[in-house]
Ligand binder design. Structure first.
Ligand SMILES: *Cc1c(COP(=O)(O)O)cnc(C)c1O
Length: 394
């Protein structure tokens, strides 16, 4: 029944008649997102419940406890931020930097640069130590930079997704304590897939994302903050200059007070709970071993095909392999072929590695012997055609 009230005229110019959504089944072997576990997708599809419902509050505590397990930390302030990895990345800096603080950033790839860019926006005195893309920092290099710059915060990327390097962590936390600075560690492409021992490593702040090692779609970013970082937060002279990411406010919701801050993306947290539950059911040791052993088979297979891996074996990241594109081969054409003809996504290079490498992710749900075999078979059967085509055209 139409109302008798006169309704405003609607401008129809942007109205579009669409079919209901339909998306292809892709295999996501790029740098992320990777495929979500079907059980996680089922959890996401449940009807939402209220974000202050007692049942939801129970679920929040479960997610926090499983995040502590996954990170191997006792940190009280451990929670999933609403937003992708970059949101929790920004939260680690926004909550700890006061204007003028020196922040030393280890840049050995694209994401180190992002940390430096963010720290500058919070008016830190940003200093960089740099390494070529494909290498990691040594302990003496880090200590020399700590002595030179006397930073309040050292920020490092554990798993550099732009290069495929895993930064060795032994001894870095001790150096940070000795030189009285906080240690921020990006574990976006390592959490749940590569050993991360946050408390043993004496890491003060860390962040990750839902869509890489955790087999969840993008949308949440785990965040954790230890007691030394909490002290710096409590001693601030100024408010955290970002309302949405202010951990002292967020903790009034995630802590015992349960005060409304923002509406939690409840379905994303259903998915996160299921993803972390599945990971705990498998066990971290088994998950780490699965990623490592599948990656080793993959690396050996690629080398058997004559391909060159960009990173020396002792620094290689099991979750993300960087392969040098052979001379004279059109790397983008091969990537497009995999996507269009096989529904398989692999990544290209970023920054100084653009056009030089492929980035192939085997993360979380996707790290299986079947996927390794599928990729190796495709490289073996199809890559020669791309070499021929190119040399033919040249
Ligand atoms: C993906 C990624 C990020 C950013 O996460 P988003 O979810 O894209 O915001 C940060 N650091 C590293 C190392 C990453 O791989």
């Amino acid at each position: 029944m139409a109302t008798t009230q006169t309704l405003p005229q609607v401008d129809q110019s942007h109205k579009t008649a669409l079919e209901p959504i339909s998306t292809p089944e892709r295999l996501l072997f790029g740098p992320g997102p990777s495929n979500a576990d079907p059980k996680v997708l089922q959890a996401l599809a449940r009807s939402p419940i209220g974000h202050l419902d007692p049942l939801y509050i129970e679920l929040m505590a479960e997610v926090q406890e499983l995040l502590r397990y996954t990170w191997q930390t006792d940190n009280r302030l451990t929670l999933p931020m609403s937003g992708t990895g970059s949101a929790a990345m920004e939260a680690t800096l926004a909550n700890t930097i006061e204007p003028g603080d020196t922040v030393l950033v280890g840049v050995k790839g694209y994401f180190g640069n992002r940390l430096a860019e963010m720290a500058g926006r919070y008016r830190a005195n940003v200093q960089l130590i740099e390494k070529p893309w494909g290498e990691a920092f040594s302990l003496p290099e880090i200590e020399a930079a700590l002595i030179e710059h006397r930073p309040a915060i050292l920020a490092l990327v554990h798993a550099e997704t732009s290069t495929g390097v895993c930064q060795p962590m032994d001894g870095i936390g001790d150096l940070c304590r000795k030189h009285n600075c906080l240690l921020v560690l990006d574990t976006v492409t390592s959490l749940g897939a590569v050993p991360v021992l946050l408390d043993t490593w004496k890491v003060d702040l860390s962040y990750s994302c839902s869509q890489k090692g955790l087999s969840c779609p993008p949308g949440l970013s785990p965040f954790t903050m230890g007691p030394r970082a909490e002290e710096k937060l409590a001693a601030r002279n100024s408010k955290v200059p970002n309302w949405y990411l202010d951990v002292s406010l967020l903790n009034q919701y995630w802590g015992s007070d349960r005060v409304y801050h923002h509406t939690a993306p409840v379905n994303m947290n259903f998915g996160m709970r299921e993803a972390l539950r599945l990971l705990a059911e498998e066990g971290l040791e088994k998950a780490w071993d699965r990623h490592r052993s599948n990656a080793e088979v993959f690396w050996a297979g690629l080398e058997r095909l004559g391909l060159v891996l960009h990173v020396p074996e002792h620094l290689r990241l099991p979750t993300l392999t960087t392969v040098r594109i052979p001379d004279g081969l059109d790397g983008n054409a091969f990537r497009l072929y995999l996507l269009n003809d096989h529904g398989i996504e692999i990544g290209g290079g970023l920054g100084s590695l653009a056009g030089k490498i492929w980035r192939i992710g085997l993360m979380g749900y996707n790290s299986t012997p079947e996927n390794v075999e599928r990729l190796l078979n495709l490289f073996e059967a199809e890559l020669p055609r791309f070499r021929e085509n190119v040399s033919f055209a040249a």
